[in-house]
Design a protein around this ligand. Structure first.
Ligand code: PLP
Length: 467
């Protein structure tokens, strides 16, 4: 008779073989994926994910920045099951289901009713696409057809669909698709650099002056400006100086250009508040929500907007004002039910100060682990976001294929941590409900992994000499 562990490991082997044969993973070089040990996660419990052999890993990536209350949360599970016993899906195309309305009313509360209209989709890219298309169509509907342009900030990431690629940084990731992207203008990001966790320089004046110049010249032909407020996640947790979002919002208002806030990442506790807009005291024209909306359980997204925008779309069918956009699973009831249960839990959690406390602890732990480290170029933390950038001890950078961040992330698994790299850096994005001892584990495991891996990586000079 095979033992339980032997049976589990042969099941994992079969799964692994099938994954290698049939799988194609997102944002993943499959050669690299095939060449390294793969990890098949079968269960979740709080901040932890568990593999087929029962080994536990802290989810330091919050399952791609989505997880709010941990995995397998009893309250969310109950809300999901109760909805499942009613109905799993009803289209919102010309029809309705109760929980879509209830959640829309909840979401109107995020802006104290300033953005009462909720247009549902099913992922972050689509929430942005909807905001862009609503803005474009709005200006046509009120007879200002010339307002077609989009302004975005350097380093932006708004998704992987064509519209969102067009308004994001033309990075290495998306470069191949440039010939198919519509033109958009960019303005420089503000300076906000840290050294050893201390703010070394913070200056928004050049960025705001450049934006003002663009608006001065082009406001009449610009529909909207899109911004990830306070922290640009995919750029590497790059922060903005205090008051920056408010200043951008004021310029948009002054020049009559819509402000789209992409809070796909920053919403639902990530920066210590329900939204960055609330935190910054800003009301945009469009507020885009996704990742944490359904707490990391189900794909759900929403674009919130004002009654004024909504009204422009209302008329006789023949007037052609209808917004012809919708996704099959827009506003799925299962996702809406989980989102409501998540909000009910998240509000008291934020009010209790727990999230602010964990964020401060994350900052302190990172300071202790990374300040003055010979392999650390920089590190930063804001709310429950963080990043640490690595460097060789005696050269500027490693060759691209050294994959320092990837190697550290692989090694971190041996210390019970799942974490995602970005180039030669590691991004910290734990579940919002992370416990204090788990914050310590998160930083400790990264420190152990980097101390193990980074000194063994070949130096740039050595590699180029031997090429
Ligand atoms: C993840 C992300 C998106 C895209 O969301 P998807 O659900 O992956 O399409 C857009 N904007 C920001 C800021 C994000 O972090």
């Amino acid at each position: 008779m095979p033992t339980a562990t032997a049976a589990a490991s042969s099941a994992t082997d079969a799964l692994d073989a099938a994954d290698r044969r049939f799988g194609w993973h997102p944002f993943t070089q499959m050669r690299e994926y095939q060449d390294h040990p793969r990890l098949h996660l079968v269960r979740g419990e709080g901040s932890w994910l568990i593999d087929g052999e029962g080994k536990r890993y802290l989810d330091g990536n919050a399952s791609v920045w989505t997880n709010v209350h941990g995995h397998n949360d009893p309250d969310l599970n109950r809300a999901l099951r109760e909805q499942l016993d009613q109905v799993a899906h009803v289209t919102l195309l010309g029809l309705n289901h109760p929980v879509a309305t209830e959640l829309a009313a909840d979401l109107a509360g995020l802006t104290n009713g300033a953005l009462p209209r909720c247009f549902y989709t099913d992922n972050g890219s689509n929430a942005i696409e909807v905001a862009l298309k609503l803005s474009f169509q709005y200006w046509q509907l009120i007879g200002q057809d010339a307002k077609r342009g989009v302004i975005s900030m350097e380093g932006a990431y708004h998704g992987d669909t064509f519209g969102t690629m067009a308004v994001g940084e033309r990075s290495e990731f998306h470069r191949r698709f440039n010939p198919w992207l519509f033109a958009a203008q960019t303005f420089p990001s503000p300076v906000h650099s840290e050294c050893a966790g201390q703010v070394a320089r913070s200056d928004a004046s050049a960025s705001l002056a450049a934006l003002k110049a663009i608006l001065e010249r082009d406001a009449a032909t610009t529909a909207c400006l899109i911004l990830e407020p306070v922290v640009q996640g995919a750029a590497g947790m790059v922060q903005q100086p205090a008051g920056f979002v408010k200043a951008v919002a004021a310029l948009c208002r002054e020049y009559g250009v819509h402000l789209i806030l992409d809070e796909v990442f920053t919403g639902f506790g990530r920066l210590g508040a329900l939204t960055a807009a609330e935190r910054e005291g800003v009301v945009p024209d469009f507020l885009c929500l996704a990742k944490g909306l359904a707490a990391g359980y189900l794909p759900l997204a929403a674009t919130l907007t004002s009654e004024k925008v909504y009204e422009a779309f209302v008329g006789k069918f023949s007037e052609g004002k209808t917004f012809f956009h919708g996704h099959t699973f827009s506003g799925n009831p299962l996702g809406c039910a989980v989102a409501r249960a998540s909000l009910r839990k998240l509000k008291p959690m934020l009010a209790s100060g727990q999230v602010a406390e964990r964020a401060m602890l994350l900052g302190r732990e990172m300071q202790d682990a990374f300040a003055g480290h010979p392999h650390v170029r920089a590190f930063r933390q804001f709310g429950l976001t963080g990043s640490v950038e690595f460097k060789p001890a005696s050269a500027e950078c490693w060759p691209t294929d050294t994959r320092a961040g990837f190697q550290v992330a692989l090694a971190a698994r041996r210390h019970g941590l799942i974490i995602r790299p970005l180039g030669d850096s590691i991004l910290f994005v734990p579940p919002i409900s992370i416990q204090a001892d788990e914050v310590k584990h998160l930083v400790r495991a990264v420190r152990l992994a980097m101390d193990e891996v980074l000194p063994t990586l070949p130096h740039a000079s050595f590699l180029s000499a031997n090429r």
